[in-house]
Design a protein around this ligand. Structure first.
Ligand code: NIG
Ligand code: FE
Length: 423
């Protein structure tokens, strides 16, 4: 039998470990990123066997591959807990229409928006979607993202939704990054059901959801609860049916208007409530009581040219396990960069760099049930980590739009090396 490969990351100036108890970080605890100066990480096979001060690192017997971090920052791999990474086409025309004054909602009401990506996605072959998605995963890797949640939701009929979920399953098997699959059948009302949203929800609840669950095609179900998409009553019906069929729940709520979406997500037992731009105190209290993690998506606010960002400070102070994600999609958030999202979170949500890093690592792992393995740099955890081109972890949020990842290690192997090499 071949001996497991050993790898040591040496000469780490700042090691951001996020080490601590196995529960999402809340309140002042989000500020503690478990920093170790002058550190070493040792890896055997896919697992971390030591992470701490270089001075205390044990000798590693045999041949050891070494990455010299050159005094730089090392963090856990970033986890993007909300993406729509699989889709056909793009929405560049809508981008320009918005610049000229039309709103996201107006464009959607005129048949564009999610429906326009639906058409392009229905028309694309499995192979075309897979190739596009693989390129996007490679871009995410360059931003330091080592695990992601990916949603369907641009098929909006059984055949095309299954095609999307098939592509996500292939990505999961073939890619280095860890991937969770979410069925977003209730993203918007498809044209075949114009004016008949209730009938579409009936179809999903009675027919499509049971098939998706039985086929184990998704880990989670998600819904877009908003004017022009689904009402709170319809969203609730869909979520409860998904839960009854064994799917775990996530929900897009309170994004463009206040609909009591946070309360709804709490009442349905969602793992996460996502967006929350319009969520107020009562919604925050409901999330807290029901243990729901908020997933905040400031890049979508930025890209839509809006100004109302979610109230992250109130959420952190209330004790919620705040997560940040890209919401990568062709309409409201065409970015795969979590460092960009972290920068927006600092500037607009008034989160500190430490809070932002916690929100894309340990807290993100928790909201996907991955925290026993991912999200922190600790003994026995999977070796997913990033050597960044900076000496102070706060630079990750301070510099805007620069690619900081130099070396990305996934499962103990070098998956990306900006200077060449890797596998
Ligand atoms: O999270 N809000 C709903 N869904 C996406 C946008 C999808 C799209 O515009 O294609 C979001 O912002
Ligand atoms: Fe989204």
């Amino acid at each position: 039998m071949l001996a497991a490969m050993t790898l040591a990351i040496v000469n780490i100036g700042e090691l951001v470990t996020l080490a601590g108890p196995e529960h999402y970080r809340t309140g002042a605890w989000m500020q503690d990123v478990g920093l170790v100066h002058n550190a070493t990480v040792q890896i055997k096979g896919s697992r971390i066997i030591y992470a701490g001060p270089a001075a205390d690192a044990p000798d590693m017997p045999g041949e050891v591959d070494e990455v010299d971090a050159g005094g730089r920052v090392v963090t856990p791999g970033f986890i993007d807990a909300h993406t729509h990474l699989v889709f056909g086409g793009n929405r560049i025309d809508e981008f320009e229409r918005r610049i000229r004054g039309e709103s996201y909602e107006e464009i959607a009401a005129r048949g564009g928006g999610i429906r326009s990506t639906m058409t392009a996605t229905r028309e694309a072959t499995d192979m075309e979607l897979l190739t596009l998605a693989q390129r996007r995963l490679a871009l995410a890797m360059r931003c330091g993202t080592t695990a992601l949640e990916i949603k369907s939701g641009y098929g909006l009929n059984e055949r095309a939704e299954k095609k999307m979920l098939r592509v996500i399953a292939w990505l999961r098997d073939a890619s280095k990054q860890r991937i969770a699959a979410t069925y977003l059948g209730a993203h918007t009302v498809p044209p075949e059901f114009d004016g008949k949203a209730d009938a579409y929800i009936d179809l999903l609840c009675q027919d499509t959801l049971p098939k998706i669950a039985r086929g184990k095609l998704a880990d989670y179900a998600d819904v877009f609860c908003e004017r022009g998409a689904f009402s709170p009553a319809q969203a609730t019906r869909y979520l409860l049916a998904a839960k009854a069929h064994g799917l775990r729940l996530r929900a897009h709520v309170d994004q463009l208007s206040r609909s009591g979406g946070a309360e709804l997500a709490a009442a349905c037992g969602c793992f996460t409530a996502d967006h929350l731009e319009y969520t107020e105190e009562s919604g925050i209290e409901s999330l807290l009581r029901a243990n729901v993690q908020p997933v905040l998506l400031p890049a979508s606010v930025h890209a839509l040219g809006k100004t109302r960002y979610p109230n992250a400070r109130a959420m952190i102070e209330a004790g919620l396990g705040v997560v940040l994600a890209t919401d990568f999609n062709p309409g409201s958030s065409p970015t795969l960069s979590l460092p960009f999202v972290m920068s927006l979170a600092c500037t607009h949500l008034k989160m500190t760099p430490a809070e932002a890093i916690t929100a894309v690592t340990y807290n993100a792992a928790c909201c996907l049930g991955w925290h026993n393995e991912l999200g922190s740099i600790e003994e026995d955890k999977r070796a997913d980590l990033v050597v960044h081109d900076c000496a102070d972890y706060r630079e990750l949020c301070y510099y805007i739009g620069s690619e900081t990842a130099r070396v990305v290690v996934v499962g103990g192997r070098i998956a990306y090396n900006r200077d060449g090499g890797g596998e």
